[in-house]
Write a protein that binds this ligand. Structure first.
Ligand SMILES: [Mg+2]
Length: 177
């Protein structure tokens, strides 16, 4: 196995709810489950990498994040192995970043642990921070945007870095090499 898909959570797999801490608020985005199942079928390892600064800001605890993740995993109902690892970055933006995207640390660690090469790895996310983490790690970023349009800043970023934009995770996975 030499290929992997790293994924952001909020706004990429589940609907962005801004500092979600209640598992009842977890709502899958259209075609997300279908896309992730297809990625597993195609032999991609899946990794979840989510910034959760609500923890660092003291707004909710790590257990709330785990509860939301569990709810998401129940709804996704992925076949084995599902996600090979999950990274929750709890730092607030004013703390030194350890795993907080755009830090490439989690991606770099997974490449080593799983014997992956950067060429076979992709990062799907809905913000510049996700895309920048991928660039910092030397893997290929892909933007997932379910909203009608990109902001001017996002448009400029994806153009400058020649980053593909996909409507949803199914479309994204269908067009992976
Ligand atoms: Mg996001």
């Amino acid at each position: 196995m030499s290929k992997a898909l790293f994924l952001d959570r909020d706004g990429t797999i589940i609907r962005e709810k801004n500092y979600l801490s209640d598992p009842h608020g977890v709502e899958l985005l259209p075609r997300a489950a279908e896309g992730l199942k297809k990625a597993l079928e195609r032999g991609y390892l899946l990794f979840l990498h989510t910034n959760q600064s609500g923890v660092g800001r003291g707004w909710f605890d790590l257990e709330a994040v785990h509860a939301c993740n569990r709810r998401m995993l129940d709804l996704l109902n992925l076949p084995d192995p599902g996600f090979s690892a999950i990274c929750i970055a709890p730092e607030s933006p004013d703390e030194p970043a350890v795993y907080r995207k755009p830090s490439p640390r989690f991606i770099n660690e997974m490449l080593i642990q799983h014997g992956l090469t950067a060429e076979g790895c992709f990062m799907a996310g809905d913000t510049i921070r996700d895309l920048q983490a991928a660039l910092n790690a030397g893997i290929t970023p892909i933007m997932v945007k379910s909203l009608p349009g990109l902001s001017a800043e996002e448009k400029e970023f994806v153009q400058n870095h020649q980053i593909a934009v996909r409507e949803n995770l199914f479309e994204l996975v269908s067009r992976l090499p």
